[in-house]
Design a binder for this molecule. Structure first.
Ligand SMILES: [Mg+2]
Length: 195
């Protein structure tokens, strides 16, 4: 029998609302330091870390995360994620590929969230090298990851998950973009039909 198509999903910004969860800390940091935080709809999402969260602010942010047990555990899912993931699991060989972070709580708490979505130690990968994980389709909300994965996994489809509340990503930056679970389910159906 032909194997099921393999779909790789990123976690933060695809299944979990990392930015919504981080935003109160970020806004408070900006307020305390008299910095001006641009509104989301004026920030192109993939430039967020370069333009808004500078390396220095990022260091403070991760120090906060690493000293706050439960922060990662309490990160909400993006709307309709649970339903979409269980639909997708019926259709494809579903895996999660998420970045590694070395804090004391991150991996354990993140894995608990992934387990609640039906992933296991065999189907959830924590790695800084997402492009080494092969599949038929890859969905991530970071342009860099999508680009690097597509370069490595020639012939497979890499989709950028975009968020309507952020400024749009130019098609010239990455043309294959989807903003909803409905769009992702349709793309997966099409991939299966096409064989
Ligand atoms: Mg992400």
């Amino acid at each position: 029998m032909r194997r099921k198509k393999r779909l790789l999903l990123d976690c933060d910004g695809v299944m979990t609302d990392f930015y919504g969860h981080a935003e109160p800390w970020v806004l408070e940091f900006f307020r305390q330091n008299n910095l001006v935080h641009p509104p989301r709809n004026e920030i192109v999402f993939h430039e967020y870390f370069d333009r808004v969260l500078t390396k220095d602010i990022e260091k403070h942010f991760w120090a906060y995360v690493d000293s706050t047990p439960g922060w990662t555990r309490d990160m909400p899912l993006l709307p309709n994620t649970r339903e979409a993931v269980s639909e997708l699991r019926k259709m494809v060989d579903l895996r999660c590929v998420t970045s590694q972070h070395d804090g004391p709580y991150w991996v354990r708490e993140r894995f608990a969230t992934l387990q609640s979505l039906g992933f296991t130690k065999k189907t959830a990968y924590f790695t800084a090298g997402k492009e080494a994980v092969g599949g038929d389709m890859f969905i991530d909300d970071t342009v860099h990851h999508v680009r690097v994965w597509a370069e490595e996994q020639v012939g497979a489809r890499a989709i950028l998950r975009v968020h309507p509340e952020f400024a749009p990503v130019a098609a010239s930056v990455w043309s294959d973009q989807i903003s909803t679970w409905g769009g992702i389910l349709a793309a997966v159906e099409k991939m299966i039909e096409e064989g």
